[in-house]
Design a protein. Structure first.
Length: 276
């Protein structure tokens, strides 16, 4: 199967494209965002990597040439290193990730990447003989380490890094302040917020949700482009963040601790070669 078959995209206007892996039919299927700028293009998250995303972008004509007819620089930014977002980073020359998860990406740590993929989730295998049990996120050397407050310049637009741990220790959002757009990764999406994975931390998640509320209260976000599911607005963002804060009490912490233990054991069984 070619990359052109594996992916599909939808233009959203303003130089933003929504890309998905067509045959990965799972709630874990991550949204991929292409943001085009006057001097640089940025891909936010990269999917599983079963087919080359850069090949797709070129074949679909989504990488507009610069003034000298050469493609603009292309940077892949991982909102975090979980497998459904980071598997495709291997196909990019320039990769950026928060420094808290850089070591995990560099060593191909599939325990921290929470790699968990089944054949039933892939409607059409990318090549003959492919099996989900062989899937791993390969080691990738980041070319840029990100931290809170960093600016990623695309020329005519700037994306500000917001370190928002909780779902994972290196989770980030990218904020386009001028256009009031938040690329939220898995910090928040229109679904249950997962805080029971290795390196998830409820207290960090609560703090991150308070930051999300501040963004809404300050009028700095009008549209959220999340890591999963559909786009939503500021009102829904406020409700999702405030609901998490209100529910993060003792009972939630106890049940989450139990789920985290089970998830940790399962991941160590399926990824035995990784030490963490």
């Amino acid at each position: 199967m070619s990359a052109l078959e594996w992916f599909a995209h939808k233009p959203l206007g303003g130089g933003i494209f929504w890309i998905q892996e067509r045959f990965y039919e799972s709630g874990n299927r991550a949204n991929i965002w292409l943001v085009r700028g006057s001097q640089r293009d940025v891909v936010i998250d990269a999917g599983l990597g079963l087919r080359s995303l850069p090949d797709y972008l070129r074949a679909a004509g989504l990488l507009a040439p610069a003034d000298d007819a050469e493609p603009r620089p292309l940077l892949a930014v991982a909102t975090h290193v979980h497998f459904d977002h980071s598997g495709g980073l291997q196909h990019f020359e320039e990769v950026a990730v928060h420094r808290a998860e850089a070591a995990a990406l560099l060593r191909g740590d599939n325990y921290e990447a929470v790699t968990w993929l089944s054949d039933s989730e892939v409607a059409r295998p990318p090549r003959p003989g492919w099996r989900a049990r062989h899937f791993r996120v390969p080691p990738v050397r980041p070319s840029r380490l990100l931290q809170e407050g960093d600016e990623i310049s695309l020329g005519d637009r700037q994306l500000t890094v917001m370190h928002m741990p909780g779902h994972s220790r290196g989770s980030i959002c990218l904020h386009d302040k001028e256009r009031k757009i938040l690329f939220s990764g898995d910090v928040v999406y229109d679904g249950s917020m997962i805080d029971w994975l290795p390196y998830s931390k409820i207290s960090d998640y609560v703090a991150s949700c308070h930051r999300l509320l501040e963004l809404v209260d300050s009028g700095l976000v009008e549209k959220v482009l999340p890591g999963h599911f559909n786009i939503f607005g500021a009102e829904r963002l406020y409700r999702l963040a405030s609901n998490y804060i209100s529910q993060a009490g003792l009972c939630h912490k106890v049940s989450t601790c139990a789920m985290k233990s089970i998830a940790s054991i399962a991941l160590r069984i399926t990824n035995p070669r990784v030490t963490s």
